[in-house]
Design a protein around this ligand. Structure first.
Ligand SMILES: C[S@@+](CC[C@H](N)C(=O)[O-])C[C@H]1O[C@@H](n2cnc3c(N)ncnc32)[C@H](O)[C@@H]1O
Length: 207
């Protein structure tokens, strides 16, 4: 972590940060009635920043355990004067209980860690159990959007989605979606494309 990122974490945390005890779905001053999106694994914050700028009336929450990425995002938030983003540093699975049921209109998970080695597959975040927990946080007709450049993980996610009755695959059972225009290009998508990987989008709606 650079010194600037460390300083950003110390100085900007009160403005933009959530603690595990403060409740991610707590009231955000000025955005009490705003639509709320959550991004899990925001990395350097490319997608959060781009969406927050495009939709200044909406509120964006990000969760990621990687502190340098959070520091980098905090610096950009300050430099660009962005107000409609709040972040938490931590494991999304552990922080989920702090999010109120039915409080989100959108959940985004872009290029989650693929854990390619078979013995590590159990570390993958996107299981049917976790999708069920996510479904509880979405409001009716709320949307879940996932993208990955690992075909085998993508297939696994489709199967997990199919086993989650509260979520309906927007394209039909076990089908991928087109890449939507609104989805910002992220660092890991660029990396995947550079390596010649295909990108798989999965879109679901809360029943
Ligand atoms: C491959 S990177 C993708 C980052 C970014 N979304 C992008 O597309 O460039 C995966 C991100 O997920 C984060 N991550 C891994 N496990 C997580 C978890 N349990 N909860 C939240 N974020 C997690 C990592 O720290 C990392 O920033």
């Amino acid at each position: 972590m650079t010194n600037a990122q460390k300083r950003a974490l110390e100085e900007l945390w009160p403005a933009y940060g959530f603690g595990s005890d403060s409740g991610l779905a707590g009231q955000i001053a000025g955005y009490e009635n705003a639509e709320r999106s959550l991004e899990i694994g925001f990395g350097d914050g490319d997608a959060l920043l781009s969406l927050a700028k495009e939709h200044p009336m909406r509120c964006f929450i990000g969760i990621d355990p990687h502190r340098p990425g959070a520091g980098r995002l905090l610096l950009r938030l300050q430099q660009e004067g962005i107000e409609n983003i709040r972040i938490a540093i931590g494991d999304a699975a552990q922080l989920m209980p702090t999010i109120d049921p039915g409080s989100l209109s959108q959940i985004l998970i872009l290029f989650p860690d693929p854990w390619p080695k078979k013995r590590h597959h159990k570390r993958r975040l996107l299981t049917a159990d976790f999708l069920h927990i996510l479904s509880e946080k979405l409001q009716a007709q709320g949307r879940l959007h996932i993208a990955t450049d690992w075909q085998e993980y993508a297939d696994e996610i489709l199967t997990a989605l199919d086993a989650t009755p509260a979520l309906e695959n927007e394209e039909g059972r076990l089908a991928f979606s087109e890449r939507p225009d609104w989805r910002p290009l992220t660092k890991y998508e660029r990396r995947g494309l550079r390596l010649g990987h295909q990108v798989f989008d999965i879109a679901a709606i809360k029943r």
